[in-house]
Design a protein around this ligand. Sequence first.
Ligand code: NAD
Length: 312
Amino acid sequence: MRVYVFGLGHIGLATATWIAMHDYQVMGIDINPNVITAILDGTVTIEEYYQGEHIAHLAQSQIRQKKLSVTAEFIRVDRVPSIFMVAVGIADKEDGGQDLSPLISVLETIAPYLVSGDLLVLRTTLIPGTIDQFIIPWLRTLKVTMRLAYCPETIMETRAFEELENNPLILAGIDAESVSAAEAFLRSLSQAPVYRASNMRTAETVKVIQNIQRDVNIALINEIGEAALQLDVDIYELIALANTHPRVTLLKPGPGVGGYCLPNAYGYLRQGIDAGKCPLPLMSLARKQNAARPRKAFPLCKKEPGDYHHAD
Ligand SMILES: NC(=O)c1ccc[n+]([C@@H]2O[C@H](COP(=O)([O-])OP(=O)(O)OC[C@H]3O[C@@H](n4cnc5c(N)ncnc54)[C@H](O)[C@@H]3O)[C@@H](O)[C@H]2O)c1
């Protein structure tokens, strides 16, 4: 079966390579020609390895075996029902919303070439409600019957292949056929469990909530760390002893929250709900605390290790 993967950034390139490694015919499409050149030249700088081999070599090996092709211009190869996977990045707007133009541009690109039985699998992180509001109405304008599934991507940069192999997946579809087709495809790529959500909005919300849970818990442990400093208690000993209780799981303190998804999660949830009715004060405070954390952590980094307990 042929799979088209849109977006060959950190997530999309690893995904396209991984799918090709599982004996599908994959075409990766990225509108940025520099991305395509780097893949073809083997100069990709993304830090991902599988069994010791860098992603640039893994992708090139699949290209040499003619299982992966990459292009800046989408071309449908044949009229056989295929899979369209979307892993484009979504820019954030100033109001905390998402600029959906990359996703809409993919939909507009493929629309004239779709055939009945094609399956669209969205992996991009979305504000809860986006699929109901924007994608399903678009689907209804098509002259063909297309399947649609959403499976939010949860892999972590630098661990992409390990997590493509092992991370459990959350999956929703617009109908039973879509879910079954997407599940069969995803199960052919890893042994990891696939959990079905009853609808798209639930799957969108799960991804956002998984990240918010971490955002809040990171804020919590950083605050506990500050209290421990005041008490002259070793934070790592404190965590180790507290975590001996079966219902306690403290994280480790750190310089803040990075990456793409965690810092955006609170804003996505807020945009998806009526914040007047549900203002999310706890999550909001955690987000503010984490955004301010690097400024607090930086002076501590400058001190000698032995000075740590006496920092003010
Ligand atoms: N990076 C992570 O750690 C991570 C983890 C889990 C999920 N995600 C999600 O995965 C998605 C992609 O993230 P990423 O880190 O790979 O982003 P990225 O910015 O590294 O890559 C996105 C790629 O999409 C391309 N693109 C944009 N519009 C396009 C279009 N119309 N057609 C084809 N290509 C297009 C861009 O040129 C870019 O190369 C995001 O929704 C993100 O939330 C990211």
